[in-house]
Design a protein around this ligand. Structure first.
Ligand code: ARG
Length: 477
């Protein structure tokens, strides 16, 4: 997994300095232990969150008198310095920097001198990492949600452009009844509204500060978790220190939200693959959003859509992996929890890439109106309407269904156009046969939420309104 994002850090001196816990140990860690347990390569992307958490913690320590104002200022200055080094790429990692917390604290102490040694007062890496992860998760969920709305905007624009273009609607991948292309595109758009809602809902539950829980049981020092929570813009504070350091529900939930979103993208992608096939030919991909073959000169492939399907599989793996990791853990912190990071980081990264790529693909593809409508104009797609026409004339639906079914069978077996048989049937006739005319069936999809023009116009307006409201909600988050 490539999770090596975050601030670039210069060089790595294979250090011989002692790790954080050296006091109790006669010997330093074995190389194999170090190689296996070190987390800096992936948790370094939490650098800015870790620094923010340390700022809040130091201010909290000063506030309750555990450090002096001068010590507070020295540590805050050093934290600013570290932040600049990290942002500018000049931060030097040492071989003894086990994780991002160690790296930051080590450098702060180098810069600030003795006050730096007070930074970790009343704090454990256990509440620290939980804090960092919640800050990261809160931010990224909103970022993902924003990107979803970009895709929704594209679906809305394409729906508006589509006007009264219609396509066959499918069940079992068999042509069923015609619907407007806009109706089909918006169906995906509505699913994405649920994703945005879920992401923001998940963010709300993640919005709890664990800082002040210590290693597991709180502290004998007069810490003020509410103060640090406010400093970090958390809405709430933990109620139970054991729960605070061992709870990764927010990671599991965030992964679920990301995974379901990826599944929705995958379903769109699957349709792109089908629709852009030569057999179906409803969709033509733009050159910039399709790929060629190294061997077959004629090929134009929907690789973005295919990879989107595969990324959904990858995210499902991350989600199930995380749940399996959590299920056997006794309270409170266990090192297993370190394995929450790479799946979440990767899920967020891959999802963002997929959202952008699929958005570009959908923005630039061209729909083949003729092919879509020709496929939807098969008179068999009016079969339900014929049955419903009989219903309007007083025939019980089950009888109407059987009658039209027998005409369809007849038409297929004897190779006679269905409208001819309909026109000739005493219970039906010319007026009923007219229902089979091209472009007719879609006009009759008139019930609330249906796929005909009248209802889709209402739907477009509602979708637009909901998208505007969602953007406002995101701005306020
Ligand atoms: N790297 C750890 C994690 O990601 C955080 C540090 C806590 N480590 C520890 N040995 N108590 O969960």
């Amino acid at each position: 997994m490539s999770n090596e994002q975050g601030p670039s850090m210069a060089g790595s001196a294979a250090g011989s300095a002692a790790p954080l816990w050296h006091g109790r140990f006669d010997q330093g860690p074995a190389d194999e232990l170090w190689a296996f347990t070190v987390s800096l390569p992936f948790d370094r992307r939490l650098a800015m969150d870790d620094i923010a958490g340390s700022r809040a913690h130091v201010k909290g320590l000063a506030r309750v008198g555990l450090i002096s104002a001068a010590e507070e200022a020295a540590v805050l200055d050093a934290l600013d310095h570290v932040e600049r080094e990290m942002a500018g790429g000049s931060f030097t990692v040492l071989g003894t920097d086990e994780d991002i917390h160690t790296a930051v604290e080590r450098r702060v102490t180098e810069l600030a001198g003795p006050p730096g040694a007070k930074l970790h007062t009343g704090r454990s890496r256990n509440d620290q990492i939980a804090t960092d992860m919640r800050l990261y998760t809160k931010r990224e969920l909103v970022d993902v949600a924003r990107r979803v709305t970009v895709l929704q905007r594209t679906l809305l624009n394409r729906s508006k452009e589509a006007g009264e273009t219609y396509v066959p609607g499918y069940t079992h991948l068999q042509r069923a009844q015609p619907v407007l292309l806009a109706h089909h595109l918006l169906a995906h758009g509505w699913a994405l509204f649920r994703d945005v809602d879920r992401l923001l809902d998940c963010r709300r539950r993640a919005d709890v500060s664990p800082l002040g829980a210590g290693a597991l049981a709180g502290s004998s020092l007069p810490l003020d978790p509410r103060f640090t929570a406010n400093e970090l813009d958390f809405a709430r504070v933990f109620d139970n220190s054991l729960d605070a350091v061992s709870d990764r529900d927010f990671v599991a939930e965030a992964l679920f939200c990301c995974t379901l979103l990826a599944v929705h993208l995958s379903r769109i992608a699957e349709e792109v693959v089908i629709w852009s096939s030569e057999e179906v030919g409803f969709l033509r991909l733009d050159d910039r959003y399709s790929t060629g073959s190294s061997m077959m000169p004629q090929k134009k492939n929907p690789d973005i859509a295919e990879l989107t399907r595969a990324k959904a599989a990858r995210l499902i793996g991350h989600l199930t992996g995380l749940l399996a990791m959590l299920k056997g853990l006794p309270l409170a912190y266990n090192r297993d929890l370190q394995e929450d990071k790479e799946p979440l980081f990767d899920a967020v990264d891959q999802l963002k890439l997929a959202l952008s790529a699929m958005n570009g693909l959908l923005e630039t593809s061209r729909f083949d109106r003729k092919r879509m409508e020709a496929a939807a104009d098969s008179p068999y797609l009016a079969a339900t309407d014929l049955a419903e026409w009989l219903v309007q004339a007083g025939t019980p639906f089950r009888d109407a269904h059987a009658l039209v079914g027998s005409l369809v069978r007849d038409s297929l077996e004897r190779n006679v156009p269905l409208p001819e048989l309909v026109a000739a049937h005493p219970a039906l006739g010319d007026a009923a046969a007219a229902l089979c005319a091209p472009g007719q069936a879609v006009q009759r999809r008139t019930s609330p939420g249906a796929g005909g023009p009248e209802q889709v116009a209402k739907q477009l307006a509602k979708f637009q309104k909901q998208l505007d409201a969602t953007l406002t909600r995101l701005q306020d988050t």
